[in-house]
Design a protein around this ligand. Structure first.
Ligand SMILES: NC(=O)c1ccc[n+]([C@@H]2O[C@H](COP(=O)([O-])OP(=O)(O)OC[C@H]3O[C@@H](n4cnc5c(N)ncnc54)[C@H](OP(=O)(O)O)[C@@H]3O)[C@@H](O)[C@H]2O)c1
Length: 401
């Protein structure tokens, strides 16, 4: 925060380089055979950081999850019949083969009783705790995108629970402990607005505010606001988790893959975060952050000049619905050469424009279209088909009434 003229506190950002970790050196905040708790540690980021910690300092790890938690320990059987669980068990086995020690525990970070039992277990087994990564979170790519009107209580509870109550539980059970770091895994969405991901974004904003409020306490609260990750190293690797994040404006895979954080990059950044002498909040943006703030926060939208949209060229529209969709695209995207297979995202469409498009087409066709439906049908032909289906369904319902 910075003090603006008139005595108001405003958000301010400073571009900086995180301190490099010298070859063969341990980052300042890590110790050999340190004991680290990673809430949500069996997810994509949790597992990446677990791998880094084991390779860097032969860490002893406590990894928690909500549902899919394989048994660990000597002689633990690899689960049969559940590929997700088996994959996690295999990854834990690899961490142990690298010299790490892993305790995996099913524990809702927001549940006081389970958290109390977890900390008892950590003390009993390791007799110490050196650092915490709070990575518990619920995003769910497909189901996450909702307009404000579509964002219901259940949505909010599921997504806020690990981030809000989970943070409060950590604060309660960490009180009085001497720790080297508590690193909250937040998202750029809490700075760029997270349009369409309101509950998720609110949870991240809560964690940001909590850490900021408590910075300077005995517990070294740190925050990293990640850009979107992709959980594979190269484009021909098989992904093992979600690839789309609200930190991105567009969920188009080709765009995302190019600018997403790869596991090796995330691990390198994490090492540098652990090398920070003073705990503070770090935002990691893979694209020009000032331009993103301009676009998403200050509202400087790139767009076509004002005035009536020219008739879209490039195709003779046999279908009047497709012609109307094309006109809306020309208005919103400034795209003139449109074809039935033109792709909304390839032409610069993003979630903000998707919401505007859904609103406009809903009004023009007198139906209800959600932005996520349009994301799932990104070409003109597909959108027109979806609109025709929705309007026919409306008419059927009216007929039944
Ligand atoms: N991936 C990204 O692009 C990105 C970008 C910015 C920020 N982040 C943040 O970074 C964190 C980790 O992301 P990720 O990509 O690794 O997500 P992920 O793969 O979905 O992993 C999240 C983990 O959290 C666990 N979890 C959910 N609710 C929990 C609860 N109440 N208590 C304990 N564990 C809980 C899940 O357990 P189960 O699997 O057992 O259900 C899962 O293992 C999240 O907080 C996310 O918001 C991610």
């Amino acid at each position: 925060m910075a003090l603006a003229p008139g005595g108001r506190w405003v958000r301010a950002y400073e571009r900086d380089t995180l301190p490099e970790v010298g070859a063969g050196q341990l980052p300042l905040r890590l110790r050999e055979r340190g004991v680290y708790l990673i809430t949500g540690g069996l997810g994509g980021i949790g597992m990446t950081l677990a791998d880094y910690l084991v390779r860097t300092c032969r860490a002893r790890l406590v990894l928690t999850g909500l549902d899919a938690v394989p048994p660990t320990g000597l002689g633990a059987a690899v689960p049969d019949g559940d590929p997700g669980l088996a994959e996690r068990a295999e990854r834990i086995r690899k961490l142990e083969a690298l010299g790490g020690e892993v305790l995996a525990v099913r524990c809702d970070a927001a549940d006081r009783e389970r958290m109390a039992a977890l900390f008892e277990e950590i003390d009993r087994r390791f007799g110490r705790l050196d650092g915490v990564v709070h990575a518990a979170g619920v995003f769910e790519t497909r189901r996450a995108f909702r307009s404000l009107a579509e964002t219901g209580r259940e949505d909010c509870e599921r997504r806020l629970r690990p981030k809000v109550r989970g943070t409060l539980m950590l604060a309660e059970f960490l009180r009085g402990r001497r720790l080297d770091f508590v690193l909250m895994q937040s998202s750029l969405s809490s700075h760029l607005g997270g349009l369409g991901f309101y509950a998720y974004t609110a949870g991240n904003a809560y964690m940001d505010a909590f850490a900021e409020r408590h910075r300077g306490d005995d517990i070294p609260w740190m925050t990293v606001n990640w850009d979107g990750w992709i959980f594979r190293e190269r484009d021909d690797d098989t992904p093992h988790a979600s690839v789309v994040s609200p930190s991105f404006a567009s969920p188009d895979f080709g765009v995302v893959a190019e600018i997403a954080i790869r596991p090796s990059e995330g691990a390198e950044i994490y090492g540098r975060l652990m090398n920070l002498a003073t705990p503070h909040q770090v935002l990691v943006s893979t694209a020009d952050f000032d331009a993103r703030i301009d676009q998403w926060v200050r509202g400087a939208q790139p767009g076509p000049a004002a005035g009536p949209a020219p008739e879209p060229a490039g195709a003779a529209w046999a279908d009047p619905v497709a012609a109307q969709v094309a006109r809306a695209w020309t208005d919103l995207l400034g795209a003139e050469e449109l074809h039935p297979d033109s792709n909304f995202f390839a032409l610069g469409g993003d979630s903000l424009l998707g919401v505007s498009l859904a609103h406009r087409l809903s009004q023009e066709f007198d139906t209800v279209l959600s932005a996520i439906t349009l994301f799932e049908n990104p070409t003109i032909t597909q959108m027109a088909k979806e609109i025709t289906r929705a309007t026919a369904q409306d008419q059927d319902h009216q007929g039944e009434a």
